[in-house]
Every structure is written in C-alpha cells, then in structure tokens.
Design a protein around this ligand. Structure first.
Ligand code: DMJ
Length: 519
C-alpha cells in the first residue's frame, strides 16, 4: 500500500468538479491513473470504502459524462468511445473496487461483515461487539451498489444490496426502529440500543433515498421510511424544558425503557432527509400541488424546521460558533412526547398542525422567532460534557440547511449557513506561516469548541472536502445545480442521478406480514 488508497483524493473528486478546480482535478485524475491500485492485502471498512471510494468514483464518472465541462481533464486513452466527454477511468476503478467489496456480503444472512480484505475479497467480522456489524453500515451501501448495477447492467451488486434490506426488515421491529448492531452470521440484532446517531443514522437516510433513487419504483422503501418516521415521532421526538426545542432522544435499552436526552451532531442529517422525503425533492410550493401531498407532510415539514433550529442551537451555544460532537438537552422530568402534547379531542386535520405547533412549543413560538442571543432561556436547555467538546468538521447541519433552503427557499437557512462557514474559516483554517502572503495551508478538526481560541487536533477528515464544503457551496448555488428532483446525494454527499429501474433489476423481496404497531 505504498501509495495509499487516496481517500482524500477520491472523496474530493466531485467537489473539485463542481467547484471548477481544474488544476487540482487534473492532479487527482493523474494520481488515480498512475497510482491507484486496489489489489492490496489489507482489510478496509466495508461501509466507509463503499460510501467514500465507490461513491466518489461513481459520482465522478457521472459528472464527467453528464457535465463534460466539469470533468474536463480526460486523457485520450480514457475517453469514451465515440467522444461525448466522460471518463472511463473512474468507472473501471469503481467496478474493480466493487468486485472486491462484494466478498463482504458473502455471509450466511447477506449482512456484510464490517471489513473486507481487498486482495482476497474475504469478509472480516468486527473485532468488537461479538462480531456484529453496525446496522447503519450494513444498510448504507445500497445507493452505490444499485447505481453501479444500473450503469453496468450487472445485477449482482443490486441483489447483494437488496438481500441486506430484507434481512434487517424481516424481524419486523416495532416502529420500524432498529437496534444499532446486527450479526452477519445469525441475522439477529445485538442489544436494544436505538438511536439516530452513530451506527443508526444512515439506515433511515437510505430508506427514503432508495425510494427517490429509482423514481419511486420501489414503493417498499417509502413504506419503510413512513413507518420509521412515525416510529421516530412516537418514541424519540421530545421537547426541552424551558425553550421547547425539539430534540431526537435515544433509547439505549429499548423502546419501552427510559429516553436519553443525548443528541449526536450526526443526527442533524435528519431534518434534511425529512424535507426531501416529504416533498420528494420538489420545492414546497410545487409539492403542495401534487396529488400525494397530505396534511401529514405539512407536519413533517414542521418537524424538519424545528429540528433544523435545534441543530443550529448546537452551533450557537459555543463561543467558537461551532457545534460539539454531542449535546445533552434538559427535558422535563417526565419527557413530553408528541402524542401527549396533542389535545386528545383533536381530529379535524386543518386544526392539527396549528395545535401541534402550539402545544409542542409550550408557549414559545420557536419556528418564527429568531433565537435571541442575549436571553439565555434556550441556552440553559443545552449541556456539553467534557469528552464531547470536539468538532470533526462534520457536515450534517449544513447538509440539512442545504436541503431546507432548496425545499423551503427561506433565507434564514443561508444566513445560518453563512455564519457557520465564517466560524469554520475563523477557527479551523491553518495559516501557512512560511509564506509572505497570508494564505491557508490546511484545515483541522478541533479539540474543544467551547474555548476561543480552540485547541486544534492536527487532523482533517475526508468528509470535510467531500461533504461539508460541498454542502456550503451548494447552499449558495442556483437550484438547477444538482436539481433535487433528478438527483440524490449518497451519505458522503456524492451525487447520483435518479433513474428508472428497467426490466433487469427488481426489488425481489416482500415485507413479512407482521402486526406492525400503528403510529
Ligand atoms: C460521513 O462519513 C458520512 O456522512 C456518514 O454518513 C456519517 N459520518 C461522516 C460525516 O459525519
């Protein structure tokens, strides 16, 4: 592995294309051409390699074909036969990588092992958690595998992806909410920890995105998403004690046990997913005219707005203006849940939304009121623990700001995004001390966002360039750049086109008939 796997380079490829950074793109292209070799005797994480490497190569392939002016560094040898732009280098590398990754899915249940050796294509179980795989990791490789089947016409990737989805759905878990570990040998969930933070998050994200990916031709995923969102609202959505901020809690010991008021920054992907799920990627004014629009969708949009605001408080609470990794929220001693804030007698749907907003927010008009920086009632609802004060330059909040802005067109999301961007530049940019001109050499994660100046970490995750910066860029771009009614972005922000499923590919499985808990 002398030259490494080029994580940064490949994860950033499509950002370079979208931002028209042609010099860097040419260097990246040449490195991939000359150095990238996946024939290495080394175990890699199945999920991370799929979302970052396979996802990055596939979106570079897509953009270089669809927008040749963006991927304009193709060498003659790699050019598609017949011209028309495009670069087969990315697709060839993607196919080679995917064939190696497929060995991870060769388990008795089809649930992928947590790692895979790229040379032997042998799955490697996790060294921890009794060999169980993370639920979100097993279920967040589907968009990439399915898109590859669509491009190549080879259904083997698609089938591997669908087999996992059947395996996690078969047990028929209450409210569509899954524990965060699942065993690849037995197919049994491991523990009862249910959360939308680490190891749970992108399971939910990929339900709605799988539905959108195939232009609505796999309705099973809309059903699963609707069920899970109802489960989230029933078991996890709660409100803070003073300011009635809407929070997604965790159920570490199962749905019938106590709600934990812990919210990872990772959970902040959720409002964006709810917004594109409700409108199917359309701007809201268009979505409201569609035959499938219902009062429930309005409630979901309300929830997305409330959650985006909560995610924004995670930034606003810190002196750096940047969010810590985890925030704890102060709840009532008996946490208020949506079901118990809604007046029981309400059944007329035109009143439900108003009642929902008013009753939930306990007297505060949280949606329209700006958060007053001078008064502290909302600040007293947030607590950051010593071990959780770091910031890895994660994307989830700006990701949701991007989706909320595209769907709702409310400038407040650009304003919050701009404030966040300024804070990132101020506190995570490392200046080049050697140069005479003031210039930025790199960016870094932070150790403690609550102090100014913050302690830095000398580490930059590849999602900073793949996701966080791309979402900032897209937040301020015109809506026809990666239009959301024709694209989806994978969980690492790599864009793929939506497509029709065709005759060769099919879902191939049905949900078992469980007595599923009504919402
Ligand atoms: C990324 O790799 C992906 O967004 C993943 O879904 C979650 N973790 C990081 C970013 O926080």
């Amino acid at each position: 592995m002398q030259d490494g796997m080029g994580w940064m380079i490949i994860d950033a490829l499509d950002s370079l294309m979208l931002m028209n950074l042609t010099t860097q793109l040419e260097e990246a292209h040449n490195w991939i051409h000359d150095k990238l070799n996946y024939d290495i005797d080394h175990a890699v994480n199945t999920f991370e390699t799929t979302i970052r490497m396979l996802g990055g190569l596939l979106s570079a392939h897509y953009l270089s074909h669809q927008y040749p002016e963006l991927g304009s560094v193709v060498s003659a040898t790699n050019q598609t036969a017949g011209g028309g732009g495009g670069d087969e280098l990315y697709l060839n590398k993607a196919i080679d990588l995917a064939n190696r990754l497929l060995g991870a899915f060769d388990s008795p249940t089809g649930i992928p092992y947590s790692s895979v050796n790229l040379k032997t294509s042998q799955g490697v179980p996790s060294h921890m958690d009794m060999g169980a795989s993370s639920t979100s990791e097993a279920t967040s490789v589907q968009l990439e595998l399915k898109y590859l089947s669509h491009i190549t016409g080879d259904s083997k990737y698609w089938k591997a992806a669908e087999r996992v989805m059947k395996a996690v759905d078969d047990p028929g878990r209450e409210g569509g909410l899954l524990p965060i570990f699942i065993h690849p040998i037995t197919g049994m969930f491991f523990g009862e920890n249910i959360r939308l933070g680490s190891r749970g998050d992108s399971y939910y994200e990929y339900l709605i995105k799988q539905y959108l990916q195939t232009a609505g031709e796999e309705p099973i995923y809309l059903e699963m998403w609707d069920e899970a969102l109802a489960g989230i609202r029933k078991y996890l959505v709660t409100y803070t004690e003073r300011a009635s901020l809407t929070v997604i809690g965790e159920r570490p010991f199962g749905l019938d046990q106590e709600l934990s008021p812990k919210m990872d920054h990772l959970v902040c992907f959720l409002p964006g997913s709810i917004a594109i799920g409700a409108t199917r990627g359309l701007p809201i004014l268009k979505a409201r005219k569609q035959p499938w629009w219902t009062a429930k969708k309005e409630e979901e949009i309300l929830l997305a707005k409330e959650l985006t605001k909560t995610c924004w408080t995670m930034y606003l609470q810190a002196d750096t203006g940047l969010s810590p990794e985890i925030t704890y929220f102060e709840l009532d001693s008996q946490p208020r849940m949506e079901a118990n804030v809604l007046p029981q007698h309400l059944n007329k749907k035109e009143n439900r939304l108003v009642a929902l907003a008013a009753a939930r927010t306990n007297g505060y008009s949280m949606i329209s009121d700006p958060l007053d920086n001078k008064t502290s009632h909302w600040r007293d609802d947030l607590e950051v623990r010593i071990l959780d004060r770091h910031n890895l330059q994660r994307p989830e909040t700006v990701e949701s700001l991007f989706y909320m802005y595209r769907v709702l067109g409310d400038d407040v999301y650009r304003q919050w995004g701009w404030d966040m961007f300024v804070s990132f530049i101020k506190h995570t940019a490392i200046e080049d001390v050697g140069s005479e001109k003031k210039s930025i050499r790199a960016f870094t994660s932070l150790d403690n966002v609550m102090n100014v100046p913050p302690d830095t970490r000398d580490n930059m995750e590849s999602f900073w360039m793949a996701e966080t910066l791309k979402y900032f860029y897209l937040l301020f771009s015109p809506p026809d750049l990666l239009s959301l009614d024709t694209h989806i972005l994978n969980t690492e922000a790599h864009p793929f086109p939506r497509f029709h499923i065709g005759d060769q590919l099919k879902t191939g499985w049905q949900r078992k008939q469980h007595v599923r808990n009504p919402s």
